[in-house]
Design a protein around this ligand. Structure first.
Ligand SMILES: [Zn+2]
Length: 282
Protein backbone atom coordinates (compact mmCIF):
# COMPACT_ATOMS: atom_id res chain seq x y z
CA UNK A 1 0.00 0.00 0.00
CA UNK A 2 1.34 3.46 -0.88
CA UNK A 3 2.07 6.07 1.79
CA UNK A 4 1.28 9.66 0.78
CA UNK A 5 2.31 13.06 2.11
CA UNK A 6 0.81 15.13 -0.74
CA UNK A 7 -1.58 14.72 -3.65
CA UNK A 8 -0.21 17.45 -5.96
CA UNK A 9 2.18 16.45 -8.76
CA UNK A 10 3.28 13.48 -6.77
CA UNK A 11 6.51 11.64 -7.31
CA UNK A 12 6.31 7.85 -7.08
CA UNK A 13 9.26 5.84 -5.85
CA UNK A 14 10.04 2.69 -3.94
CA UNK A 15 11.59 2.15 -0.51
CA UNK A 16 12.99 -0.81 1.34
CA UNK A 17 14.19 -0.49 4.93
CA UNK A 18 16.77 -2.83 6.40
CA UNK A 19 17.55 -4.22 9.83
CA UNK A 20 16.39 -2.39 12.94
CA UNK A 21 14.87 0.40 10.83
CA UNK A 22 11.92 -1.88 10.16
CA UNK A 23 10.89 -1.38 13.78
CA UNK A 24 10.15 2.28 13.05
CA UNK A 25 7.96 1.83 9.96
CA UNK A 26 4.37 0.62 9.61
CA UNK A 27 4.01 -3.15 9.81
CA UNK A 28 2.93 -3.44 6.17
CA UNK A 29 6.18 -1.72 5.08
CA UNK A 30 8.58 -3.99 6.96
CA UNK A 31 11.12 -6.15 5.15
CA UNK A 32 9.63 -5.48 1.75
CA UNK A 33 9.84 -3.14 -1.23
CA UNK A 34 6.91 -0.75 -1.19
CA UNK A 35 5.77 2.25 -3.21
CA UNK A 36 5.35 5.75 -1.81
CA UNK A 37 4.29 9.04 -3.30
CA UNK A 38 5.66 12.42 -2.28
CA UNK A 39 5.60 16.00 -3.58
CA UNK A 40 8.23 17.35 -5.95
CA UNK A 41 11.02 18.90 -3.90
CA UNK A 42 10.89 16.33 -1.11
CA UNK A 43 14.26 15.16 0.14
CA UNK A 44 15.29 11.67 1.20
CA UNK A 45 15.38 12.84 4.84
CA UNK A 46 11.89 14.33 4.53
CA UNK A 47 10.37 11.12 3.22
CA UNK A 48 12.31 8.73 5.46
CA UNK A 49 11.14 10.65 8.54
CA UNK A 50 7.59 10.84 7.18
CA UNK A 51 7.67 7.04 7.09
CA UNK A 52 8.69 6.97 10.78
CA UNK A 53 12.49 6.65 10.79
CA UNK A 54 14.49 9.42 12.55
CA UNK A 55 17.39 10.66 10.44
CA UNK A 56 19.79 9.92 13.31
CA UNK A 57 19.13 6.19 12.82
CA UNK A 58 20.05 6.14 9.14
CA UNK A 59 23.54 5.02 8.18
CA UNK A 60 23.25 4.79 4.42
CA UNK A 61 20.75 5.39 1.65
CA UNK A 62 21.31 3.74 -1.70
CA UNK A 63 19.49 4.76 -4.87
CA UNK A 64 20.11 1.67 -6.91
CA UNK A 65 23.83 1.11 -6.36
CA UNK A 66 24.72 4.75 -5.61
CA UNK A 67 24.84 6.40 -2.19
CA UNK A 68 22.25 9.14 -1.83
CA UNK A 69 22.78 12.02 0.64
CA UNK A 70 19.92 12.59 3.05
CA UNK A 71 19.37 16.06 1.64
CA UNK A 72 19.12 14.81 -1.96
CA UNK A 73 15.93 15.53 -3.84
CA UNK A 74 13.83 12.50 -4.64
CA UNK A 75 13.06 11.73 -8.25
CA UNK A 76 10.26 9.79 -9.85
CA UNK A 77 11.04 6.09 -10.27
CA UNK A 78 13.86 5.93 -7.70
CA UNK A 79 14.32 2.68 -5.79
CA UNK A 80 15.83 3.41 -2.37
CA UNK A 81 17.40 1.04 0.14
CA UNK A 82 17.79 2.50 3.62
CA UNK A 83 20.27 0.94 6.05
CA UNK A 84 20.69 1.57 9.78
CA UNK A 85 23.70 3.17 11.36
CA UNK A 86 25.91 0.32 12.49
CA UNK A 87 28.62 1.77 14.71
CA UNK A 88 32.14 1.15 13.47
CA UNK A 89 30.87 0.36 9.98
CA UNK A 90 30.34 4.05 9.43
CA UNK A 91 33.12 5.66 11.44
CA UNK A 92 33.08 9.38 10.84
CA UNK A 93 29.30 9.80 10.86
CA UNK A 94 29.28 10.24 14.64
CA UNK A 95 31.26 12.68 16.84
CA UNK A 96 34.93 11.95 17.22
CA UNK A 97 35.91 10.06 20.38
CA UNK A 98 35.66 10.34 23.25
CA UNK A 99 31.96 9.65 22.87
CA UNK A 100 29.79 11.84 25.06
CA UNK A 101 26.08 11.53 25.67
CA UNK A 102 23.03 13.36 26.95
CA UNK A 103 20.28 11.04 28.17
CA UNK A 104 16.56 11.76 27.98
CA UNK A 105 14.20 11.32 30.94
CA UNK A 106 13.59 7.71 32.02
CA UNK A 107 17.16 6.76 31.07
CA UNK A 108 18.71 7.57 34.44
CA UNK A 109 19.82 3.97 34.98
CA UNK A 110 21.59 3.89 31.64
CA UNK A 111 23.23 7.26 32.36
CA UNK A 112 24.60 5.90 35.63
CA UNK A 113 26.03 2.82 33.92
CA UNK A 114 27.65 4.95 31.23
CA UNK A 115 29.28 7.09 33.92
CA UNK A 116 30.45 3.91 35.65
CA UNK A 117 32.11 2.91 32.38
CA UNK A 118 33.75 6.34 32.14
CA UNK A 119 31.49 7.96 29.54
CA UNK A 120 30.65 11.60 30.11
CA UNK A 121 26.82 11.49 30.23
CA UNK A 122 24.53 14.36 31.11
CA UNK A 123 21.20 13.42 32.66
CA UNK A 124 18.47 15.32 34.40
CA UNK A 125 14.91 14.06 34.27
CA UNK A 126 13.71 17.66 34.08
CA UNK A 127 15.52 18.43 30.81
CA UNK A 128 13.14 19.80 28.19
CA UNK A 129 13.55 18.48 24.65
CA UNK A 130 14.89 21.84 23.48
CA UNK A 131 17.55 21.79 26.21
CA UNK A 132 18.64 18.29 25.20
CA UNK A 133 19.00 19.33 21.56
CA UNK A 134 20.90 22.47 22.56
CA UNK A 135 23.31 20.56 24.82
CA UNK A 136 23.91 17.99 22.11
CA UNK A 137 24.77 20.66 19.56
CA UNK A 138 26.92 22.82 21.81
CA UNK A 139 28.89 19.96 23.35
CA UNK A 140 28.94 17.40 20.51
CA UNK A 141 26.91 14.89 22.50
CA UNK A 142 24.90 11.95 21.27
CA UNK A 143 21.26 12.09 22.39
CA UNK A 144 19.94 8.89 23.95
CA UNK A 145 16.17 8.64 24.02
CA UNK A 146 13.14 6.43 23.51
CA UNK A 147 11.32 9.37 21.88
CA UNK A 148 11.63 9.07 18.10
CA UNK A 149 10.10 12.54 17.59
CA UNK A 150 13.00 14.04 19.56
CA UNK A 151 15.42 12.35 17.16
CA UNK A 152 13.61 13.94 14.21
CA UNK A 153 14.54 17.45 15.38
CA UNK A 154 16.26 19.17 12.47
CA UNK A 155 19.01 20.65 14.65
CA UNK A 156 19.97 17.25 16.02
CA UNK A 157 23.02 15.71 14.38
CA UNK A 158 23.66 12.63 16.52
CA UNK A 159 21.27 10.44 18.44
CA UNK A 160 20.21 6.93 19.18
CA UNK A 161 16.83 5.39 19.87
CA UNK A 162 17.14 3.04 22.85
CA UNK A 163 14.85 0.02 22.47
CA UNK A 164 15.57 -1.97 25.63
CA UNK A 165 13.76 -1.01 28.82
CA UNK A 166 16.23 -2.24 31.48
CA UNK A 167 19.51 -0.35 32.10
CA UNK A 168 21.80 -3.38 31.71
CA UNK A 169 20.12 -4.32 28.43
CA UNK A 170 20.23 -0.70 27.32
CA UNK A 171 23.99 -0.49 27.88
CA UNK A 172 24.55 -3.77 26.01
CA UNK A 173 22.38 -2.47 23.16
CA UNK A 174 24.35 0.79 23.06
CA UNK A 175 27.58 -1.20 22.97
CA UNK A 176 26.41 -2.83 19.76
CA UNK A 177 25.85 0.58 18.19
CA UNK A 178 29.00 2.37 19.43
CA UNK A 179 32.46 0.93 20.20
CA UNK A 180 32.07 1.49 23.93
CA UNK A 181 34.29 -1.44 24.90
CA UNK A 182 37.27 0.20 23.21
CA UNK A 183 37.19 3.27 25.41
CA UNK A 184 36.23 1.85 28.79
CA UNK A 185 37.62 3.86 31.67
CA UNK A 186 35.66 2.56 34.63
CA UNK A 187 35.04 4.64 37.70
CA UNK A 188 36.69 7.81 36.47
CA UNK A 189 33.46 9.81 36.82
CA UNK A 190 31.13 10.48 39.73
CA UNK A 191 28.06 8.29 39.29
CA UNK A 192 25.85 10.95 40.81
CA UNK A 193 26.92 14.12 39.00
CA UNK A 194 29.20 13.13 36.10
CA UNK A 195 32.20 15.13 37.37
CA UNK A 196 35.74 13.75 36.93
CA UNK A 197 37.00 12.14 40.13
CA UNK A 198 40.23 13.45 41.66
CA UNK A 199 42.81 11.65 43.79
CA UNK A 200 42.63 12.56 47.44
CA UNK A 201 44.89 11.76 50.41
CA UNK A 202 43.27 9.40 52.96
CA UNK A 203 44.27 11.77 55.74
CA UNK A 204 41.90 14.41 54.33
CA UNK A 205 38.94 12.03 54.52
CA UNK A 206 38.77 11.51 58.27
CA UNK A 207 35.31 13.05 58.48
CA UNK A 208 33.91 11.04 55.57
CA UNK A 209 35.55 7.63 55.63
CA UNK A 210 35.65 5.27 58.65
CA UNK A 211 39.17 4.63 60.06
CA UNK A 212 38.94 0.93 59.27
CA UNK A 213 38.37 1.68 55.58
CA UNK A 214 41.22 4.22 55.48
CA UNK A 215 43.53 1.62 57.01
CA UNK A 216 42.62 -1.10 54.50
CA UNK A 217 42.75 0.95 51.30
CA UNK A 218 45.49 3.17 49.88
CA UNK A 219 43.77 4.87 46.94
CA UNK A 220 40.81 7.18 47.27
CA UNK A 221 39.07 9.47 44.81
CA UNK A 222 36.59 12.23 45.47
CA UNK A 223 34.04 14.09 43.42
CA UNK A 224 34.82 17.82 43.43
CA UNK A 225 31.10 18.64 43.11
CA UNK A 226 29.17 16.43 45.54
CA UNK A 227 32.23 15.34 47.62
CA UNK A 228 31.33 11.64 47.42
CA UNK A 229 34.37 9.47 48.12
CA UNK A 230 35.21 6.37 46.06
CA UNK A 231 37.64 3.57 46.85
CA UNK A 232 38.50 0.11 45.64
CA UNK A 233 36.22 -1.87 47.89
CA UNK A 234 34.67 -5.30 47.88
CA UNK A 235 32.13 -4.47 45.18
CA UNK A 236 34.42 -3.09 42.54
CA UNK A 237 35.26 -6.46 40.99
CA UNK A 238 31.57 -7.27 40.59
CA UNK A 239 30.89 -3.87 39.07
CA UNK A 240 33.77 -4.26 36.66
CA UNK A 241 32.66 -7.79 35.73
CA UNK A 242 29.19 -6.40 35.07
CA UNK A 243 30.62 -3.82 32.65
CA UNK A 244 32.82 -6.35 30.88
CA UNK A 245 29.88 -8.72 30.48
CA UNK A 246 27.66 -5.99 29.07
CA UNK A 247 30.36 -4.51 26.82
CA UNK A 248 32.44 -7.37 25.45
CA UNK A 249 35.11 -6.24 22.96
CA UNK A 250 33.61 -8.61 20.38
CA UNK A 251 30.49 -6.42 20.23
CA UNK A 252 32.61 -3.76 18.52
CA UNK A 253 32.90 -6.05 15.55
CA UNK A 254 29.20 -6.14 14.83
CA UNK A 255 28.67 -6.56 11.09
CA UNK A 256 27.60 -3.55 9.08
CA UNK A 257 25.43 -3.56 5.99
CA UNK A 258 26.50 -5.27 2.80
CA UNK A 259 29.16 -3.27 1.04
CA UNK A 260 30.04 -1.03 3.98
CA UNK A 261 33.67 -0.37 4.78
CA UNK A 262 34.52 -1.77 8.18
CA UNK A 263 36.72 0.19 10.55
CA UNK A 264 40.21 -1.29 10.35
CA UNK A 265 41.19 -0.61 13.95
CA UNK A 266 40.75 -3.52 16.33
CA UNK A 267 39.42 -3.22 19.85
CA UNK A 268 41.85 -1.73 22.32
CA UNK A 269 42.60 -3.58 25.56
CA UNK A 270 40.55 -2.75 28.59
CA UNK A 271 41.93 -0.48 31.27
CA UNK A 272 44.26 -2.48 33.54
CA UNK A 273 42.41 -3.86 36.52
CA UNK A 274 44.60 -1.96 38.92
CA UNK A 275 44.02 1.44 37.35
CA UNK A 276 40.89 2.98 38.77
CA UNK A 277 38.02 0.69 39.76
CA UNK A 278 36.54 2.00 42.94
CA UNK A 279 33.36 1.81 44.93
CA UNK A 280 31.42 4.94 45.83
CA UNK A 281 30.78 6.08 49.36
CA UNK A 282 28.84 9.16 50.32
ZN1 LIG B 1 29.57 13.91 42.39
Amino acid sequence: MAESISTHQETALQFRFHGVLNQFVARRCRDCLFTVTCPPGATAKHMIEALGVPHTEVGLVLAGACELPLDALLEDGMQLSVFPFTGSALAGREPDPPLRFVADAHLGGLARLLRMAGYDTLYDNSYADAAIVRLAGEQQRIVLTRDRDLLKRRALAHGYHVWATQPDEQLAELGRRYPLARQLHPFALCLACNAALADVEPARLAARVPPRVRERHARFKQCPCCLRVYWEGSHWAAMRARLEKLLPPAADNAPGFAGATACAAGPAPLVPRSEVPLVPQR
